[in-house]
Write a protein that binds this ligand. Structure first.
Ligand SMILES: [Zn+2]
Length: 142
């Protein structure tokens, strides 16, 4: 898994914000899979990322120091070093959102088909049950 997959969604989006706000102050390729640099947060943090072994990435911020987690500074440094990764991530998110929307649409169509296939008597029975259920739910929580 890569840096992005191992990071929390929060770290990735905050890292994206930092990248867009140009908070990466320096970045240097230090190996085939590694970058070192500095990212401005509360202070200037020293960041090392390893794309091959993301868990070996380090940052001097309080969130990541001494822990094997991926922080927003690492993501910001990564996106600065490889802008295509940021672009690909946004494209991926767009695709997920589109798929989700299509899934929702399909589900809605199914519901609609189901409801329209019911007879009046079935609808009356189901509506009555739904009302009773709703009332019971309300009594339970009030
Ligand atoms: Zn950090």
């Amino acid at each position: 898994m890569g840096l992005i997959e191992l990071a929390s969604g929060n770290s990735v989006w905050r890292g994206m914000d930092y990248y867009n706000a140009k908070k990466t102050k320096s970045v240097e390729k230090t190996g085939p899979y590694t970058y070192d640099g500095t990212v401005r947060g509360e202070q200037l943090y020293h960041v090392h990322i390893d794309k091959e072994h993301p868990r070996r990435s380090t940052c001097t911020c309080p969130f990541a120091e001494g822990r094997r987690v991926i922080c927003k500074h690492m993501i910001a440094l990564y996106f600065t070093a490889e802008p295509k990764a940021a672009e690909d991530f946004l494209k991926q998110v767009e695709e997920w959102e589109k798929e989700e929307e299509e899934e929702e649409q399909r589900h809605y169509e199914e519901l609609r088909e189901y409801v329209y296939s019911l007879s009046k008597a079935e609808l009356q029975q189901l509506y009555l049950e739904a009302l009773i259920e709703e009332e019971e739910r309300r009594n339970r929580y009030w």
